[in-house]
Design a protein around this ligand. Structure first.
Ligand SMILES: Cc1cc2nc3c(=O)[nH]c(=O)nc-3n(C[C@H](O)[C@H](O)[C@H](O)COP(=O)(O)OP(=O)(O)OC[C@H]3O[C@@H](n4cnc5c(N)ncnc54)[C@H](O)[C@@H]3O)c2cc1C
Length: 466
């Protein structure tokens, strides 16, 4: 079969090494980490190194009418980075330079393929801190974090990615280069186009440069563990912590399924008979010990049957590590649940007002029973943002169907409680229907109008978001 004429244009613009058509590589770039989402086989994967090359790629794809799917590290959990058949996958892995760290303006400028942890390390050398810390921080990219508006554990106090994005450079479908935002501490010129692109999941343009705000490194933190006899009691404690005006720098929940999965994966003496554990930290300097005591008081009043502070930094790090192991431990748990078959996780993401957290947790337990699927719950409790992890046997259509039903019921419950269908993982392919229900027909039309204005031919990331 004759090679697609786009490939010649790409090789001329980028050189052979940046234009990849090896079938194994194409298969590798077909999808992100989400389950339950369709993925096609791309025609080609390209790895541009700078903005000029991205412009050349977008212009060539536009000329040949080939859709463009931007990809960072493909750690996404909504199918937003999945290829469609015949697409051009634009991978940002070779755009991995930190262009500037300015300690006076407290900003950093980076290409989109810089890994979150790499940026964190680079700014730390200047005594500065880039707070957004998704669980995938060691692999996910700044471009992907911006395109999904990623959250993380410290976001309960310090806010999510959008709070830190000051400006962007974006290649539009026309091939023009748009610069949004500013480098200054303040600035209100024009519409806030930066925020329009944050969370746009590759549907409005290719982000080629990101300017982020930095903070001074945080104070040392103190850590507390509270063990609860029910998940709902842990949810009540979270609401009461907020009501008392306390500002933990971390407030995470692990349910019994996760405690058991983590203990089986890496034994560390977790209380596996508990129904839920809250992990909290405070970084309020000279007030930290008092604040920790107030957190402990609230947890006890909400029904915690054990509350203890980490004795030293090593214990605090081990507890945080336990939380970070939730994902691989649950993957193992799911595999072990169906020996010799294909056990896996449907990772959900739902956020409700903090006051509704207890009702969400009770509701998820009920849904697990009704749908006859194991569901473990973990997440950023302080933000009301939970990840119900639904355990399925991918080789069994009936099990998948039960998992799908549980997923839909959780989405319905989240919206009924005044929440949103995604707190941080995004819409992608997985939640298109739920986004439409959440924002209604007018909201969908406005989304589509913005998209059509910027990308009339529908070049970028077809089928995603709306
Ligand atoms: C173990 C694990 C833990 C996780 N923990 C968290 C968490 O705590 N919080 C959280 O929010 N997420 C979490 N995630 C989800 C995921 O890591 C985030 O969504 C992350 O921001 C995706 O970054 P990425 O580089 O992998 O992007 P990808 O998955 O490659 O892409 C994600 C989206 O961004 C678009 N995109 C990527 N780069 C660009 C660009 N330069 N221009 C335009 N669009 C672009 C893609 O088209 C796609 O729509 C986790 C995932 C895993 C596997």
């Amino acid at each position: 079969m004759a090679a697609h004429p786009l490939l010649d244009d790409l090789r001329t613009a980028l050189g052979d090494a940046a234009v990849l058509t090896d079938p194994d590589l194409l298969a590798m770039h077909a999808r992100d980490e989400a389950d339950l989402c369709a993925a096609g086989t791309p025609l080609v994967v390209v790895r541009p190194r700078d903005t000029a090359e991205v412009v050349a790629v977008v212009r060539a794809a536009g000329r040949h009418g080939v859709p463009v799917v931007p990809q960072g590290a493909r750690t996404g959990l909504a199918g937003a980075a999945n290829a469609v058949d015949g697409a051009l996958v634009l991978s940002t892995v070779a755009m991995d330079r930190i262009l500037e760290v300015d300690p006076v303006s407290r900003i950093a400028v980076a290409q989109p393929g810089v890994v979150n942890a790499t940026l964190g390390g680079a700014v730390r050398e200047h005594g500065l801190w880039y707070p957004p810390d998704p669980g995938s921080w060691e692999s996910s990219t700044i471009g992907g974090n911006v395109a999904t508006n990623a959250g993380g554990m410290c976001c309960v106090k310090y806010g999510v990615t959008t709070e830190y994005v000051l400006g962007l450079e974006v290649v539009l479908a026309s091939g023009e280069v748009l610069r949004t935002g500013r480098r200054t501490a303040k600035g209100v010129a024009g519409y806030d186009l930066t925020r329009l692109f944050v969370g746009s999941e590759g549907t409005l343009g290719v982000i080629t440069e990101v300017t982020v705000a930095l903070r001074p490194a945080p104070e040392e933190s103190l850590t507390l563990v509270a063990v609860f006899p029910t998940t709902a009691a842990a949810g009540t404690a979270v609401a009461n912590i907020a009501e008392r005006g306390l500002t933990p720098s971390l407030l995470e929940l692990l349910d019994r399924t996760h405690l058991r999965a983590i203990e089986a994966y890496r034994p560390m003496g977790l209380r596996t008979e508990a129904q839920a554990l809250l992990l909290a930290a405070v970084d309020t300097g000279s007030r930290a010990a008092d604040d920790l005591a107030r957190l402990a008081e609230v947890c006890t009043a909400a029904g915690a049957d054990e509350v203890y502070a980490a004795t030293d930094a090593a214990e605090a790090t081990a507890l945080l590590q336990a939380r970070r192991l939730a994902h691989p431990a649950m993957e193992r748990f799911a595999a072990d649940a169906f020996p010799g078959r294909n056990g896996g996780l449907v990772i959900d993401d739902v956020a409700v007002p903090r006051g509704a957290l207890a009702a969400l947790l009770d509701g998820v337990a009920r849904i697990a029973e009704e749908c006859a699927v194991p569901i473990g719950v973990v997440g950023h409790a302080g933000d009301g943002n939970m990840h119900p992890n639904i355990v399925v046997d991918r080789a069994d259509p009936a099990s998948l169907e039960r998992g799908r039903r549980a997923f839909d019921e959780i989405m319905r419950l989240g919206l009924d409680l005044g929440g949103t269908c995604t707190g941080e993982h995004g819409v992608g392919l997985l939640k298109r229907d739920w986004l439409a229900r959440e924002i209604g027909p007018v909201g969908v039309r406005v989304h589509q109008a913005i998209r059509a204005a910027l990308d009339p031919a529908g070049l970028f990331n077809p089928g995603k978001v709306c």
